[in-house]
Design a protein. Structure first.
Length: 99
C-alpha cells in the first residue's frame, strides 16, 4: 500500500509545512518575517549565530515548502512570507488541531 492511497492532499500539504517548521531556527525566521514586510538574508545572518551556509539551507527549506519567497536584488536576496501559503498553513493547522 502506498502512502498516497491513504493520505489526502491536505495531509500532504500540512506535513510539508510541518517539516519545514520543524527546526527552531526556521521558526525564528518565520517569526521575524511574519512581523515585517520583508528581510534581507544578510540581516538575518547578522542576528543569528550560525554560519551563512547554514542560514542559506534553512531559507532554502522554507522556500521549498512555499512558506517564504525570495527575490534577488543583486547582490542580496530579499525574503518575505508567502502570504497565500502562510494563510493556508494557518488554516490547515487550525483545522487539524480542532479535530
Amino acid at each position: 500500500m502506498s502512502d498516497k492511497s491513504v493520505t489526502t492532499d491536505k495531509q500532504i500539504r500540512i506535513a510539508r509545512y510541518a517539516k519545514a517548521m520543524g527546526h527552531p531556527v526556521r521558526m525564528y525566521i518565520l517569526e521575524v518575517l511574519s512581523k515585517q514586510s520583508c528581510c534581507y538574508s544578510g540581516n538575518l545572518s547578522d542576528e543569528l549565530p550560525i554560519a551563512k551556509s547554514t542560514l542559506s539551507q534553512h531559507l532554502k527549506e522554507l522556500k521549498a515548502a512555499g512558506l517564504i519567497q525570495g527575490e534577488i536584488e543583486a547582490p542580496r536576496v530579499r525574503y518575505c512570507i508567502n502570504k497565500e501559503n502562510w494563510k493556508e498553513a494557518q488554516q490547515l493547522f487550525k483545522h487539524f488541531l480542532d479535530i
